[in-house]
Design a protein around this ligand. Structure first.
Ligand code: GDD
Ligand code: MN
Length: 381
């Protein structure tokens, strides 16, 4: 057991030929139905990784096709050890696969790359050498520095999405991503000692972002690269993957209690939109505004509940059933409304405050109470 990295030194159920010398590299490749690509990828790795750089390749595979068999066959022609870790129950998607592969890695350096040949293996030695030279913990292969490009990202829709996502991400994590021009890259090298695999909660494609934000490697270096065309097949990324990315961002951004409080407030404020829209629609239908507001308020509560579940407490839902959580959440939201009036009265009559500051203070107090109550009563085991 390696104290510093928290890794098990060897994983018994796997045939991992660990290479522990400094400068050695474990290449981790996530694959999902890449049977037409893996043979070529192994050939390219064989051609580009020199004998003096000991290497092993670990595929973490969630395929439903014959990718594992194709890898096993192609591996026989490789001068280095190749392992396939096939997951029957894939968790965390691409990122989850990469972290599982990292946990089995025996080398000082871990290089993560795609299985579809969009990442040129000829760059592997340079990533490691740069890391050694710069004494860095993380080396990112970047499309956005001089000499890099995204030639393989041909269609303008994907370019626009990629650009927007990069901009949003850098705006959300200005400090943690300083020095990383391409936080969306799926091609990078990380030093095993700089990795805190247990602290990672990967969710989908953006494993480098997860690592940069949660593991915080000591120093980061970059190497330019040209993002190639896919060799065969199609990208596995979907619109659903886009939604997963937004949930991932929210999870990363709200890991501290204070950030969660802010998130809770923003979601609460956004609840005014369905609330007011509901009120407008119901009164238009001829309902009196009092019952209309009571109903419309529940719409706001439901909206807040959905967003909070997806964005704020995604990984804390397992202790209760969804209707139990919704019941408790709705109770807290309505208790908040009921509590506010007597609290304002108390502040005005007992403490002599004016009505407006008393109302403002009561709003803040019930808001913080509701947040604490939601954490403690809805999402704590
Ligand atoms: N094990 C596993 N499980 N592998 C997966 C999964 C999964 O759920 N989903 C995708 N993969 C594998 C693919 O088989 C491929 O080897 C690699 O992950 C990348 O998947 P692609 O579907 O080819 O991704 P992409 O080309 O759209 O996106 C790549 O470039 C982006 C930058 O434009 C990835 O590297 C992204 O991380 C990167 O942001
Ligand atoms: Mn690809």
């Amino acid at each position: 057991y390696d104290e510093r990295s928290g890794f098990a030194a060897d994983v018994p159920e796997l045939d991992v030929t660990g290479i522990a010398e400094p400068g050695a590299v474990t290449i981790v490749v996530p694959t999902f139905n890449e049977s037409a690509n893996v043979r070529r990828l192994l050939k390219l790795i064989t051609e580009s990784v020199p004998a003096r750089l000991p290497c092993e390749v670990v595929f973490v595979d969630d395929s439903t096709d014959d990718t594992p068999q194709v890898i096993a066959e192609a591996a026989q022609d490789c001068p280095f050890p190749v392992t396939v870790l096939h997951r029957e129950e894939p968790v965390g998607g691409l990122g989850g696969a990469v972290v599982e592969g990292m946990k089995t890695a025996g080398s000082e350096w871990i290089v993560v790359m795609d299985g579809d040949c969009q990442h040129p293996p000829s760059l592997v030695p340079e990533l490691v050498a740069t890391g050694q030279r710069a004494n860095a913990g993380l080396v990112v292969a970047s499309r956005y520095i001089d000499g890099g490009s995204r030639a393989g990202l041909a269609d303008s829709y994907r370019i626009a999405v990629s650009r927007g996502a990069t901009w949003l991400t850098k705006a959300l994590f200005p400090r943690r991503l300083r020095g990383i021009s391409d936080p969306m890259s799926g091609f990078f090298a990380v030093r095993r000692g700089d990795l805190t695999a247990e602290a990672l909660k990967p969710l989908g494609y953006k494993i480098l972002l997860e690592l940069a934000v949660r593991s915080r490697p000591r120093a980061v270096a970059e190497v330019p690269f040209v993002f190639q065309e896919r060799y065969a097949g199609e990208s596995k990324s979907t619109a659903r993957e886009g939604l997963r990315f937004l949930r991932h961002l929210a999870g990363l951004r709200t890991s501290s209690p204070l950030a969660r409080l802010v998130g809770f407030g923003l979601i609460g404020a956004s609840g005014f939109v369905p609330n007011l829209a509901g009120l407008w629609a119901l009164t238009l239908l001829g309902l009196h505004y009092v019952p209309a507001e009571i109903l419309a308020n529940q719409l706001g509560v439901a909206w807040n509940f959905l967003l909070i579940e997806q964005l704020l407490f995604r990984d804390r839902r397992a202790h209760r059933r969804w209707w139990d959580r919704l019941g408790r959440f709705a109770l807290l939201a309505n208790a908040d409304l009921v509590l506010r009036i007597p609290l304002i009265a108390l502040l005005v009559h007992r403490f002599g405050m004016g009505a407006v500051p008393a109302t403002a203070l009561a709003l803040v107090m019930t808001f913080v109470l509701r947040f604490a109550g939601t954490e403690a009563l809805v999402y704590l085991p």
